[in-house]
Each structure stands twice: as C-alpha cells, then as structure tokens.
Design a protein around this ligand. Sequence first.
Ligand code: CUA
Length: 334
Amino acid sequence: MKKIVGIWGSCLLLLSGCSAIQNMDVLNPAGSQAAEQYSLIKLSMYIMLIVMVTVVVLFVRFVHKYRARPGFTPEKHQENRNKKLELTWTILPFVLLLILAVPMVKSVFGEEKQDNTGAMKVKVTASEYWWKFEYPEEGIVTSQELHLPKGKRVVIELHSKDVIHSFWVPQLGGKQDLIPGRTNKMALTPEKVGTYQGKCGEFCGAGHSFMRFLVKVDSQQDYQQWVNQMKKENTSSKLSAQESEGQNVFKNNCLSCHATSGVASANQGKEGPNLAGFGDRERVAGFMPNTEKNVLKWLKDPKKVKPGTEMPKAKGLSKDDYAALSAYLKALEK
Ligand code: CUA
C-alpha cells in the first residue's frame, strides 16, 4: 500500500511540474480548438481513473482474500468458467471505448467540416530551424513571432522547405506536421490575448529543440496596428551614427538573405528570416531573450548557438562592426 501511495505521490509531483512550464500548457487552453481537445483529455482521464481505481481496489481485495494461510486450500476456490464475469469484462471495455471514440471522432470530423469562409489565412513555412509566417491577404511576411487577432478563426497552411517538422502551440491547439511537397491545413481560433509558446513537435535534426516560436494574440485593434506597421517600409532617417554604421555592415553582410521590411515583395528571394520589427521581438534566433549579449552571441557564432543552422558566421567583422550591427538590429522597431 505504501508503494502505491508513493507511486501516486510521484505522479502528482511530476504533474505539478507541468504548470511551471509557462504558457506551454495543454491543460490551460486559450483557443476554442485547444479547449475542445482539453475536454477530450479530461474525458479520457476520468474514464482511465475509474478503470484504474476499480482494478486497484479489486486487486488489493483479492490479494488479501486469497492469501496463503494455514488451512486455506486455493484449489477449492478455482473456477473453470464464469459466463457472467467473462461477458462483463468483454462488454464493459467495449462500452468505455465507445464513450471515448464517439466524441473524439465527432470532434475530428466536425473540425474538418467547419466553415472557413471569412476565416483569416496564414501560410507557415518551416525550414531548418526557423519559422516563416506569411499573410497573403495583407501582403506581409514575418518570422519567429506569429501575430494573430483575438476571436478570429485562422486557417493555417503548413509547408516545409526541407524535412518533416510539426507545428505545435499547445495552448491554442494542434499539432500538425509540415511535410515537404505537401500542403497541410489546420485551424485555430485564439480566444485570449497573450503570448503563447510554439515549437516544432517533430524531431527534425540537430537544431530541433531550438526550433521555437511565439504566438502573440492581440486585440483586433492592436493586431491591425501591427499589420499597418509591417506594411510600412523601414526608413533610415532616425538612425544614430552607430546605427547607420550598423546598417552599412548589414547591407554588406546580411541583406542578401534578410529583408528588414515586412512587405511581401521586399522578401522575394530572401532565404533567411525576415527581420522587420526585430527590435520589438522578445527573442533572438527563436529561443533566446532578445538582449544585446544574446544578439552578439548569435551573430558571432550561429552554429554554436543553434547546431545545424544555415546562418553563416560573418567574416572579417571587427568588434565595433558587431556592436554597430547589433545596435542597428535593435533599431528595427515597429
Ligand atoms: Cu523542426 Cu523539429
């Protein structure tokens, strides 16, 4: 009995750790699809609990009742057949599986049948090891931070440039694979303003665990403001001397792969992540806090920070060049 209590205790302790992973929580849904999945998780948990408690109680009872003791002959209690019992343990699991299956099948096919007219579209492209987010209706592009308006159904089109990745935002619903040469679709309806963690849910190579992203769910108004800012071309009129210096370094080293404008046409042929509004982003390289120290760490040796990344080390840059580059990136604000 002590052992059982011990096992249960450790399970609860492990579960309590889940809440420590901030905003990564399937058990704290912030979107309607995630809420539906959560109710299905609860249903299956309750059914499993009933089964487990029943089995444990019967097990303990029988172990005690038929224990070896002086004057006890087990043979006397053995039965060859018991039709009633056999029927019970055949039909009961069938009924339990039915209770699980009906709402789950209903939920999966119900979601597929949902009307997508009036839904917003976002095209997600995964590459080793970053995320591109395109908004075809707005003609804008961003990377690593997906902005969505609250309360709007969004149909997400999933593409991969290289290997199989998987798009997963536990609090909003998911997950769905991104497969090269194929277009997958999923829908999300975020219901709460906030920042949610997203990650690649399929092992895809050395940098897999760093393939993170954020989903920023804004109010309709804030979202529209963000879209308007992204549509504006960046101007260099407000740059300080160091930032202009950094802009030159950027032009010579980074511009062939990275656009600093969120306008889709400005991103054509750019193989690297878009950097519009980089100064406002929470993270650098998708997973580190966006501090000067981390930006420099990333610029100076990308492959050390994120194994397998295609981002090359810039050659022949001085300490001042790096500092200027970092200052310029910081100046890329909304
Ligand atoms: Cu991409 Cu794991």
